[in-house]
Design a protein around this ligand. Structure first.
Ligand SMILES: Nc1ncnc2c1ncn2[C@@H]1O[C@H](COP(=O)(O)OP(=O)(O)OP(=O)(O)O)[C@@H](O)[C@H]1O
Ligand SMILES: [Mg+2]
Length: 145
């Protein structure tokens, strides 16, 4: 599902180039659960940002479902993220002015033209997770967990 070969990422600062990822080869297959572990500053977020299509590598290749993830426009990358990738961000990244329901339904609204289908699907998920009583609140009105 995920295939990286000789993946490199160097950050360019004003003075010098900071090498962070040096020829990473990685295969993750459908259904696998993978934990990325390493000391602080070792490049975990850098790699996840590339795998999640939030950043591009300096060199090397990255294929997702057999398709190269390099050289796409930001609009194409946004569509690929919407269709293929789910994030659980440590800092939530919920939109503060939208309600919980609007936050949950937003990616599906972008993905499909049929809003009523998206609403019905999200209501089902919300019920399964026991969140129904919270969905009219704003993110700042919930507990962290
Ligand atoms: N935009 C940037 N410009 C220059 N250097 C950067 C930039 N972002 C990250 N770095 C450096 O790249 C290295 C890897 O950072 P990264 O955030 O990927 O580490 P991490 O493994 O996620 O660390 P942590 O466990 O602390 O979250 C660090 O040395 C960091 O200082
Ligand atoms: Mg990190």
């Amino acid at each position: 599902m995920i295939k990286c070969r000789e993946l490199c990422k160097h950050y360019q600062t004003q003075e010098h180039s900071v090498p962070v990822l040096n020829s990473v080869n990685l295969d993750i297959h459908q259904g696998e659960f993978v934990a990325l572990m390493g000391r602080s500053g070792s490049g975990k977020t850098t790699l996840l940002n590339i795998l999640g299509l939030l950043d591009q590598p300096t060199s090397g290749t990255y294929e997702l479902e057999g398709q190269s993830m390099l050289g796409h426009s930001s609009e194409q990358l946004a569509a690929l993220r919407n269709q293929n990738i789910g994030f659980v961000f440590q800092q939530f990244c919920l939109l503060p002015r939208l309600t919980i329901f609007e936050n949950i339904v937003l990616p599906l609204q972008y993905a499909s033209g049929d809003v009523s289908d998206a609403y019905a699907y999200c209501r089902g998920l919300i019920d399964r997770l026991g969140l129904a009583s919270l969905i009219t609140r704003k993110p700042a009105q919930l507990s962290g967990g």
